[in-house]
Design a protein around this ligand. Structure first.
Ligand SMILES: NC(=O)c1ccc[n+]([C@@H]2O[C@H](COP(=O)([O-])OP(=O)(O)OC[C@H]3O[C@@H](n4cnc5c(N)ncnc54)[C@H](OP(=O)(O)O)[C@@H]3O)[C@@H](O)[C@H]2O)c1
Length: 408
């Protein structure tokens, strides 16, 4: 029987694309043994060479590893519309143009796979789409950005300032030269938009994901968190709330026995909750050329094996914005009588209830660290706005969410 060859067109040969090209050559025999078809690298597009039209015309599968929106969007759409399956690691493209891309794949009856776009090497897309394809998922959440997890872990371990740790992360290759999208939460938000779409079978775009980053976290927050037994993570959360769906990214304190609390350094971890499964947690490297390339090759194998992901049609869910959370509040105030009572009055009037308070003297000033019980975020932020105007405040108040559940 003649050997069945499959030509892989590669768009982008940088960190991931370069590693993928090497891995494809090394593992071609294994892919052939698994699928009956031997992959080989066809055309390659970079800024300095390759013709996109020619590559599309001569490829059986397109692997897009160039990143960015344009021209990646145009090339991926052309491939899908021409009936060529596509593998991509491009989270921004999927989060911003998912509807259009999924519709093009559906209309042509070809696969669009993107395991590497979320949580690096952790096979969370496959688990949600295939293993839990018909499971009623209630919550998907986790640490989906390795750069910020590294920065927060280092700040907690060393007490160093945010800017110094970020510079070290850049030196070590855990943060890019321009780390803006990582540290401001936009990268994690794109990943959560993709996970939410799949887990809840509902269109979610990046603009519907509220996000906050870690730029304002101070060594003091981490020092006091340590005293309270908490660890700080940038969390992405997509969950059913009040009949709708809430998708958000925010820095958050976790109690020590939370399964995500021990995830340190540039690692990612994702949890899925559903009544039928209780809860699972998967963790692993969040990025890296070879790790990401390995997830991409896994998608190529799935395409060659002909296994299409499950698409369970569901009613779209409304995005819910005003939800309940509990907060940690850090205040620097003048150390004089009546200050605590005044703060308690503002919180009480806004129906925010205090769970614990730690007070420290700082010469003529004092530092108050408060943890609130869970309540509507809008009420807490209203109280915070009022507190920020009080004349005895010595610095802007700092607030960070807290996950209250303790896991046994
Ligand atoms: N790096 C990671 O660890 C990681 C992890 C998960 C997902 N991803 C995703 O994987 C994708 C690739 O990331 P990467 O780190 O490998 O990027 P990269 O190192 O910057 O490589 C990008 C490649 O695409 C080519 N390219 C970019 N724009 C182009 C254009 N307009 N026309 C033609 N070629 C173009 C570049 O060409 P030149 O070689 O000529 O510059 C380069 O070969 C991105 O979507 C990224 O978000 C990366």
């Amino acid at each position: 029987m003649p050997e069945q060859r499959v030509r892989i067109g590669l768009l982008g040969r940088g960190t991931v694309g370069g590693a993928f090209a090497e891995l494809l050559e090394q593992r071609a025999g294994a892919v052939e043994a698994a699928t009956g078809r031997r992959p080989e690298l066809g055309g390659v597009l970079t800024r300095s060479g390759g013709d996109p039209g020619e590559i599309l015309g001569s490829s059986d599968v397109i692997v897009e590893l160039m990143g960015g929106i344009d021209p990646a969007r145009e090339h991926v759409l052309s491939a899908l519309r021409s009936g060529i399956p596509v593998v991509t690691a491009n989270k921004q493209l999927l989060a911003q143009h998912g509807d259009e891309l999924f519709e093009a794949a559906r209309a042509s009856g070809v696969q669009l796979r993107f395991e590497a776009a979320v949580a690096g090497v952790i096979p969370i897309i496959r688990v949600i789409q295939e293993s839990f394809g018909v499971t009623e998922i209630t919550k998907v959440f986790g640490i989906v950005n390795g750069t910020t997890n590294f920065v927060l872990s280092e700040m907690a371990a060393t007490g160093a300032a945010y800017d110094d740790v970020l510079a070290r992360a850049q030196e070590l290759g855990y943060a890019e030269a321009d780390p803006t999208e990582d540290v401001n939460g936009a990268d994690a938000a794109a990943k959560m938009a993709i996970l939410a779409r799949l887990a809840f079978h509902t269109p979610v775009t990046l603009s519907e994901v509220g996000y906050e980053g870690i730029e304002r976290v101070k060594p003091d927050d981490l020092a006091y968190a340590k005293e309270l037994g908490l660890s700080l993570k940038l969390l992405g959360v997509a969950e059913r709330r009040d009949g709708g769906l809430s998708v958000r990214v925010f820095p958050c304190f976790l109690y020590p026995r939370h399964p995500l609390a021990p995830v340190e350094g540039p690692f990612n971890a994702v949890m899925v909750q559903a009544p039928a499964i209780t809860e699972i947690t998967m963790s692993g490297p969040g990025a890296g050329g070879i790790e990401t390339a390995s997830a991409v090759l896994g998608d190529v194998v799935s395409i060659l094996s002909g296994r299409a992901p499950v698409h369970a049609a569901r009613e779209p869910l409304e995005i819910v914005r005003d939800i309940s959370s509990s907060f940690y509040l850090h205040l620097e105030v003048a150390d004089r009588p009546g200050v605590l009572a005044r703060i308690a009055e503002v919180l009480g009037r806004n129906e925010v209830s205090v769970r614990s308070v730690v007070q420290r003297g700082l010469g003529d000033d004092a530092r108050l660290v408060m943890v609130m019980h869970e309540g509507l975020e809008a009420r807490f932020f209203k109280a915070l706005e009022e507190i920020a105007t009080l004349d005895f405040l010595r610095a802007q108040p700092r607030a960070i969410r807290v996950i209250e559940e303790e896991f046994v």
